[in-house]
Design a protein around this ligand. Structure first.
Ligand SMILES: Cc1ncc(COP(=O)(O)O)c(C=O)c1O
Length: 411
């Protein structure tokens, strides 16, 4: 989006503000579907956790996507957005059997990643098909926090537990309709997907009633100019050919599924903040914005890089700044950033603000979470109102301290 458009939107809706570009979301969706055009049945299930605003979900529904959900509330959001239950896959981790049963009752596809839960679920509901999340034991992903397919990870059923898995399936007479993996986020090397696919195919051979194989997600997107990204086109060509060969030996055209979050929405997002103060110290110049890790936690949580530019003064002289927030904690968004000269009141834009940004926001310091705007059809649509004090207080229950304390009675 152009600076002028973003500034106009910031003027109209205030700051801090998340703005998402629907065209960018659509072009990423189309890029992925084109890369896998050689596969007969392809399903992209958008990972709701990345950005869960109901208007974003409806946009994906219009594009023909399904959704990947990880909580019963995300399932409910998907249903509220108009997805049919069979367009929703529910991939929880560490939730109760009770929650899985609730999701199954709603008719969504169930993905189980734990043998104990699988045995209990299969015993009680042998007629509900389930997908199995495999842990293929591969080390993948941008950093330890987002690597989830290795041997020490809590996610998935180990490939070494397949004999036990088969015993449970046979004993309960349950039916397995899918095999799934998700090994991490920010995976640059396509060989990770190709290597892990062999493990999934090997596992898949054990099940006769499969409908789909889900390769999860984890595609890396560029964060700054010149940054490298996962080569989606090469992955599409190579994985499609392996998948088609597997379907031929399996004797059925299965669906190839992915569940991308970051790839679809990261670059569509722009986070707009206003500079409250410019503070010169003995060691740096701080630009202090009207936000903090309550609104965008990725830099502090994962060390993620978000490019920051000054859209109020794009052609000013460049200087070095430390961009920080207004939270009573160290909340540094970026150190030693070369940014065009910043004055108080300027609007700074953070790039790659679509995935895991608003969805990880909180009310820490009792601050309001930002508003959200979708730029769609050449128009800015407010898709989440700015919070008010009522949002901070409305679930809080006050104790009446005016009453005299009663003496504790002897037991
Ligand atoms: C099970 C599962 N699927 C899909 C995703 C989406 O991954 P990404 O945003 O890297 O595409 C995640 C992210 O954590 C996940 O846990």
């Amino acid at each position: 989006m152009e600076n002028a458009q973003l500034l106009k939107i910031a003027n109209e809706f205030g700051s801090p503000l998340y703005v998402y570009d629907a065209d960018k979301i659509e072009s990423q969706y189309n890029r992925l579907t084109t890369a896998f055009k050689a596969v007969k049945k392809l399903k992209l299930n958008y990972a709701v956790k990345a950005l869960s605003n109901i208007s974003i979900l409806k946009l994906f529904k219009n594009l023909g996507a399904g959704i990947d959900t990880v909580s019963i509330q995300e399932v409910q959001l998907g249903l509220a957005a108009g997805f049919e239950p069979e367009q929703i896959i529910y991939t929880p981790n560490g939730v109760s059997l009770d929650e899985i049963e609730k999701a199954a009752k709603l008719g969504v596809k169930i993905n189980i990643d734990n043998l104990s839960i699988l045995e209990q679920f299969g015993t009680k509901h042998p007629n509900t098909p389930v997908c199995i999340r495999i842990n293929p034991h591969v080390m993948a992903g941008g950093n330890a926090n987002i690597s989830v397919g290795h041997i020490d990870s809590k996610f998935g059923i180990s490939i070494h537990q397949i004999p036990h898995l088969l015993r449970i399936v046979e004993n309960t007479k349950m039916s397995i309709n899918g095999i799934h993996m998700h090994t991490g986020s920010d995976i640059l090397d396509i060989d990770v997907f190709l290597y892990a696919s062999e493990i999934l195919f090997d596992t898949a051979k054990n099940f006769k009633n499969l409908e789909f194989i889900d390769f999860g997600s984890g595609f890396k997107v560029p964060y700054k100019s010149g940054d490298i990204e996962t080569n989606i086109e090469e992955l599409g060509e190579k994985l499609s050919s392996k998948f088609n060969a597997f379907c031929a030996t399996y004797g059925k055209d299965l669906t190839l599924a992915f569940e991308p979050g970051k790839f679809l929405v990261s670059e569509s997002g722009h986070f707009l903040t206003k500079v409250n103060a410019v503070k010169q110290t003995t060691s740096t110049v701080f630009a202090q914005v009207d936000s903090g890790f309550n609104h965008l936690i990725r830099p502090m949580f994962y060390g993620s890089h978000h490019e920051i530019d000054n859209i109020s003064n794009p052609s000013g002289r460049e200087r070095f700044y430390s961009v920080v927030g207004y939270i009573c904690e160290t909340d540094t968004f970026g150190n030693n950033r070369r940014i065009t000269e910043i004055n108080e009141g300027d609007i700074l834009r953070f790039k790659n603000a679509g995935a895991y940004c608003f969805s990880m926001a909180s009310n820490y310091n009792s601050r309001y979470r930002p508003a959200e705007v979708l730029w769609y059809n050449n128009k800015a649509h407010l898709i989440r109102k700015r919070e008010t004090f009522d949002d901070i207080i409305h679930n809080q229950v006050e104790v009446d301290f005016s009453k005299k304390k009663e003496k504790a009675s002897a037991v």
